[in-house]
Design a protein around this ligand. Structure first.
Ligand SMILES: [Zn+2]
Length: 381
């Protein structure tokens, strides 16, 4: 171990759900990598010291569902500007590119961004569109080419995306889902499925998915829901969860309902992954009810999950879903220095959902610093 660090984080509590670590430790960073994690590290030789007392030092957060293909896709926004002030070191674009324009995503988003930008590639040739939707005509589906995009770029493409809402696929939901799973099989990667306002049932959707495939917008108030009319979790959803189908929050403006989350979590359906689904077509000014990923995490703190669970759901859990657990989501010596410094702020915070629901949280999760590959970015709050 070198005694000289480019950056030393001292006084914070390292919270690393992947290893169960929760302890006050110093973290030394050299050449963009984690060089040491120990109870005491010499500050004298560190080029820069960040005193992070009162904060949690976690793996860099992964926002599993965003729309970052700015200037090309109608949902795109400049995700770097939000990620780097909110603890997010990896963001995964959810289908803004398809096989026709995925190389552009690599060149225009993945390569120049400071945030590590990965992508689920749409089974639809041009990625997700607004109106008309991307698979209103199934001739726009190209599962072979989507699979090839993922296979040929394993450092960027991590899975296949399909949306099944009626505006996107008309009456083609069943076939669109089948083609997406076909692309997932051909690329040996997970399929992320948008639910909410679909023409096929939740039973059919989760029954078609393989273990490791992802239901995004899992707590959407739109139909079909994961709960029945009386608010009980569907048996098919429980079975899907048990056999390894992944449930991702994908908040966005339209897909979060406090009461539905309470009922579903009460029946055992905790999210595997918490994501924001930030995009450039939010109805409210700025990012409205979503805010950012820490605000979305704060909602789950207010709904009763503990911080360790929540951090797992935006670090090691999403890393595992895309098979990147050896690269992301775990704070270990030798890894890229992707780190979030988070603080629990004791301050009443009003939180809103998609159906007019409000909660006042007594605490909120704030990002103080985002460290990406050793480079330090101050938080926005
Ligand atoms: Zn989305």
């Amino acid at each position: 171990m070198s005694n000289t660090f480019d950056l030393l984080l001292t006084g914070g509590t390292v919270l690393n759900p992947a290893s169960g670590l929760r302890q006050e430790l110093a973290v030394g960073i050299t050449d963009g990598r984690i060089a040491a994690i120990q109870s005491k590290l010499p500050r004298e030789n560190a080029k820069k010291v960040l005193d992070v007392r009162g904060c949690y030092v976690t793996p860099g957060l992964i926002d599993f569902h965003v729309h970052s293909y700015w200037g090309v896709n109608p949902y795109g926004f400049n995700a770097d500007s939000i990620c780097l002030v909110s603890g997010v070191t990896t963001a995964i674009d959810a289908g803004s590119s398809g096989p026709v324009n995925f190389l552009g995503f690599k060149k225009l988003v993945n390569e120049p961004s400071k945030t590590r930008m990965l992508a689920f590639v749409a089974v639809a040739q041009h990625g997700v569109l607004n109106d008309p939707g991307e698979l209103q005509n199934l001739r726009f589906a190209d599962p072979e080419a989507a699979a090839r995009s993922v296979k040929d770029s394993p450092n960027v493409g991590v899975g296949i995306k399909v949306r099944l809402h009626k505006k996107g696929v008309g009456d083609n939901g069943r076939e669109a889902l089948r083609l997406a799973v076909q692309a997932g099989e051909a690329s040996k990667s997970p399929v992320m499925v948008h639910v909410g306002d679909t023409g096929i049932s939740m039973e059919e959707i989760v029954g078609t998915l393989r273990a490791g495939d992802v239901v995004t917008h899992c707590y959407t108030p739109q139909r079909p829901s994961i709960v029945d009319e009386s608010g009980r979790l569907l048996v098919a959803v429980r079975k899907a969860k048990e056999r390894g189908v992944i449930f991702d929050v994908g908040h966005a403006s339209g897909h979060f309902d406090f009461n539905l989350v309470r009922r579903a979590m009460g029946d055992g359906l905790l999210p595997d992954v918490i994501s924001s689904d930030l995009h450039g077509r939010m109805k409210q000014p700025g990012f409205g009810i979503v805010g950012d990923l820490p605000t979305t995490l704060t909602k789950f703190l207010a709904l009763g999950l503990d911080l360790d669970q929540i951090i797992a759901m935006c670090t090691i859990n999403p890393a595992r879903v895309i098979g990147w657990q050896d690269r992301l989501g775990n704070l270990e010596v030798g890894r890229d220095a992707d780190v979030a410094v988070l603080q629990i702020v004791n301050e009443a915070t009003k939180l809103r959902d998609s159906v007019g629901g409000e909660m006042t949280a007594e605490q909120r999760i704030a990002a103080r610093w985002t460290i990406r590959g050793g480079e330090v970015f101050p938080g926005s709050c």
